[in-house]
Design a protein around this ligand. Structure first.
Ligand code: SAH
Ligand code: SF4
Length: 409
């Protein structure tokens, strides 16, 4: 990291290391996309092109259905709207989603997309990752909330990326819409477990690039669109927001968004956590755990997930496991042990499998579910921040072919 990337900070270099400054501004495309607008923003947009106020509610409802239940890709297909309105809308707006720049499909069915966001004028592309992980009882989409991340967790590749900007609500919703397009997931399907009527994308986790609680308003607005029961209809119980510990926004996440919370704990002492998650110097463990204890809506049915990345010789001793159990005592919780996913240039190793099992057993015996997150899509490096650097970018021709395929699928 060069000094120009670090925000000048009154308390000196140690504090500056905690956060980079978001460098890039969002520049809207000349013709904006309506995908991802809230109902209120959509009504306002309609007002702007002459739809009278008394019609706006009905029109929003109609467009909402086309966008989020049917997944149409052109205004022309919105046949419940008058033809002239369709033409007006097409003159002012698009239904564009982020563009797929690269796609990888793992032998285990995990799919990973590198997405370019729309409307950038700078010559540096604004790209994020999105991963779809199919399972027998669910399909989880892992989405991004920022291009890069202003935080610098030492084991995370996203933290090393220089370019940072917040995604708009539309760009966050756009990832869900795009996944449904690409998976042909706009109509209910039969699932391998014999249950019909479910969509492939049934769960969302905000565990891609970025710190969602540093992009609070856009994340809140986007998740309200995603959870809307007349549209994409993915209930808030099936949406998990993962934070590195932005304490002041944790209570807001519970009361204003109401989704499930995951906290990237990763260490049981401030000393180790300061090193792994430098934000800990601003919001130390005690404050973080207090915020968790007071998370609005917390109950045995709505537990907090504590994420714990297993780093050999750093945080994986059995004494650490026992300290972990003591630390979270009294908080309805699950503990998700994540095998460290190495990336080129990373300074850590993943704990040995045997050690992970012993660690997990201590946590389990203390009464906590402690699933070890099965590495999925290892063959396509489907972990945080890895596609961008590891994938050969597609040529313009290949991209066109991919887009054509997406439209005809
Ligand atoms: N910024 C948020 C959400 C995105 S990261 C957060 O930090 O919680 C999602 C999860 O992936 C976090 O728990 C993060 O610590 C973890 N993670 C990041 N890099 C990883 C790596 N190389 N191997 C395993 N887990 C990683
Ligand atoms: Fe950012 Fe999360 Fe990576 Fe830390 S782990 S750098 S907060 S994306």
């Amino acid at each position: 990291m060069t000094s120009t990337l670090v925000a000048p900070h009154p308390h000196g270099a140690a504090s500056a290391f905690i956060e980079k400054r978001p460098l890039e501004r969002y520049v809207a495309p000349a013709k904006p996309s309506v995908v991802g607008l809230s109902r209120a923003a959509l009504a306002e947009a309609l007002g702007g092109v002459g739809v009278p106020e008394r019609q706006q509610r009905m029109r929003v409802q109609q467009i909402w259905q086309w966008l989020y239940v049917r997944g149409v890709q052109s205004f022309d297909e919105m046949t419940t709207l008058p033809k002239d309105l369709r033409a007006i809308l097409a003159g002012h707006f698009t239904l564009a989603r982020p563009e797929i720049m690269a796609e990888q499909i793992s032998v285990d069915g995990t799919r990973k997309w590198l997405l370019r966001l729309l409307g950038e004028t700078s010559n540096r592309p604004h790209e994020v990752e999105c991963v779809y992980i199919p399972d027998t009882d669910r399909g989880t989409l892992c989405i991004s909330s920022q291009v890069g991340c202003t935080l610098n967790c030492t084991f995370c590749h996203t933290g090393t990326q220089r370019l940072v900007r917040n995604l708009t609500a539309g760009e966050i919703v756009g990832q869900v819409v795009l996944a449904r397009d690409r998976l042909s997931d706009w109509t209910a399907v039969e699932r391998p477990d014999g249950e019909g009527g479910k969509r492939l994308v049934s769960n969302i986790v905000l565990m891609g690039m970025g710190e969602p609680l540093y992009n609070f308003d856009a994340v809140r607005d986007a998740l309200n669109v995603v959870a809307d029961g007349d549209g994409l209809s993915i209930s808030k119980r099936r949406i998990t927001l993962s934070t590195s510990g932005v304490v002041p926004n944790i209570a807001r996440a519970g009361s204003e968004i109401g989704v499930m919370l995951a906290v990237s704990l990763h260490a049981v002492t401030d000393e180790v956590r300061n090193e792994l998650v430098p934000l800990n110097r601003k919001y130390p463990l005690r404050e973080l755990l207090d915020a968790c204890r007071n998370y609005p809506g917390l109950s045995n049915a709505r537990r907090i997930t504590f994420e714990y990345v297993m780093l050999k010789g750093v945080n994986d001793s059995l004494a650490d496991a026992r300290a972990l159990v003591r630390l979270i005592k009294g908080i309805p919780a699950k503990i998700n042990l994540i095998p460290f996913n190495p990336w080129p240039g990373s300074n850590y190793e993943c704990s040995d499998w045997e050690q992970i099992e012993k660690f997990s057993e201590i946590v389990f015996n203390a009464g906590y579910a402690s699933p070890v997150r099965t590495p999925r899509g290892r063959d396509i490096l489907a972990a945080c921040g890895q596609l961008k650097s590891a994938t050969e970018k597609l040529s313009a021709r290949e991209r066109l072919a991919l887009r054509a395929m997406a439209m005809t699928d």
